[in-house]
Design a protein around this ligand. Structure first.
Ligand code: ARG
Length: 448
């Protein structure tokens, strides 16, 4: 079946030529879920449309009055979307068409001027870029707050003995504070990575049009400033090449944080089992079993652990998509779904973590009981070596004496008090971590 209008009821498509029929099935496939995903981006498209209109006024394409009536109409549209009076649905091919038809309905010929000097190709780039910046700012903020909870708890729990494991075998005496400090420094790095990635993607693609510029002296520096970008993405061809590339880098920053979360969640799920029994979480973080009345399961911790997989899936989908020559290709539309979903899911997971960590309670008795005498062997060897015994000899003696008097007299507290190497419990240098956490500035460098 064919239809010479659109799949929806929004009137002819922006680019539709008279007398050319549109097959609704084809139209539906072309639009796909795009119009739904665009609901998350349309506010940014509106913001960029306003900057574009102001730019057009600066080069005389729009009069001041026309520009301000466009700005007012865009405000109306924004309000109508927020209040639910305007719904982006499949009456439109995408958010770009929706904005333009709204302006035309409202302003007639003035609305028909908005697309001068722009293409949906740079329009989707700039809207996604503005959205991406906001997501990275959120990633930066959540990494920071996870790090700050972990750092605070590192300080409180530095002297609280916890068995340290390698290969999941009991290794050396460690402390809850040392465990926390590791996560703190990890999420500080993740926050820096989010910040640097934010600075890396903070470039304005608007004005590159289809990917080749236009024969109009658009004031691209003005729109860069108006949209708060720290630099212009200069080359019109690079603007197109960066679609997907920038998103992929943002997902890389996100996946680092979720990789850390995966490993943290692994520790927690082990520590929550009766076999370890080191940790207690408030009831709101565990769920019951539908069959086994005795169970409290750490489902949330497990879903946090699984969240990394969602992001890795999106990364590989994007990498597969980017197997393309330069220039715009409609394939790129499929980059939206994985990126939006991975960001939304990944950030939602991370944003649950600060409170979860704040509420974690240690079960000190069980932690202490799991520290056996063998775990002092390294301390014994090091003490002997410090008194002049060659280390290999000290190692041999300690191996033999791990259950003898040397070790038996030691306590976990002794072991921790003597751990004076930088980064050890007696010299944790948390102030350095704190300085590095507070040195993270929010946005990109804002240099042109
Ligand atoms: N929905 C499209 C996308 O995400 C918008 C750009 C359309 N451009 C085009 N030349 N057909 O890529």
């Amino acid at each position: 079946m064919t239809d010479d209008k659109t799949a929806g009821e929004g009137g002819p498509l922006l680019w539709q030529k008279a007398g050319v029929a549109i097959d609704p099935a084809v139209q539906r496939f072309l639009a796909g879920e795009d119009v739904l995903l665009d609901r998350q981006l349309i506010a940014y498209d509106i913001q960029a449309s306003r900057a574009h209109a102001e730019g057009l006024a600066r080069v005389g394409i729009l009069s001041e009055t026309e520009c301000s009536s466009i700005a007012d109409a865009l405000d109306d549209l924004k309000g109508a979307i927020a209040s639910g009076r305007f719904v982006l649905d499949d009456r439109f091919e995408d958010m770009h068409s929706a904005i333009e038809s709204f302006l035309i309905d409202k302003l007639g010929d003035v609305g028909r001027k908005i697309h001068t000097g722009r293409s949906r190709n740079d329009q989707v780039l700039v809207a996604s870029r503005l959205w991406l910046r906001d997501q990275l700012a959120r990633l930066l903020a959540v990494n920071r707050s996870i790090a700050s909870v972990a750092l605070m708890r590192a300080d409180l729990d530095m002297a609280l003995p916890l068995p340290g494991y390698t290969h999941l075998q009991r290794a050396m005496v460690s402390s809850a504070g040392m465990w926390w400090a590791g996560w703190a420094e990890s999420f500080i790095d993740d926050a820096w990575l989010a910040r640097d990635t934010l600075a890396w993607v903070d470039a304005n693609p608007l004005g590159s049009a289809s990917g080749f510029g236009v024969n109009l002296a658009l004031d691209r520096d003005y729109t860069t400033e108006a949209l708060g970008f720290s630099r212009l993405q200069v080359s019109a061809t690079y603007a197109q090449l960066s679609r997907g590339k920038f998103e992929l880098q943002a997902l890389a920053a996100l996946s680092q944080a979720l990789l850390d979360l995966r490993r943290l969640a692994w520790d927690l799920s082990l520590f929550l089992s009766a076999e370890y029994g080191f940790v207690r979480l408030p009831a709101q973080y565990t769920t019951g079993s539908s069959l086994m009345p005795n169970k409290r399961n750490p489902d949330l911790v497990e879903l946090l652990r699984a969240s990394h997989a969602v992001v890795v899936g999106a990364q590989s989908e994007l990498q597969a998509l980017l197997s393309l020559p330069s220039g715009y290709h409609r394939d790129l539309q499929f980059s939206k779904g994985p990126v939006l979903r991975a960001m939304q899911h990944g950030l939602a997971a991370l944003e649950l973590v600060p409170k979860l960590l704040e509420s974690l309670a240690w079960k000190q008795e069980a932690m202490r009981t799991a520290i056996d005498e063998g775990m002092y062997a390294t301390d014994v060897a090091m003490d002997l070596a410090a008194s002049g015994v060659p280390f290999r000899e000290a190692y041999r003696r300690a191996a033999e004496s791990s259950t003898d008097a040397h070790a038996a007299q030691r306590t976990p507290e002794d072991s921790l008090k003597a751990r004076v190497s930088a980064g050890g419990a007696a010299n944790a240098l948390l102030d350095r971590l704190s300085e590095r956490l507070h040195a993270i500035t929010n946005a990109g460098s804002r240099t042109k």
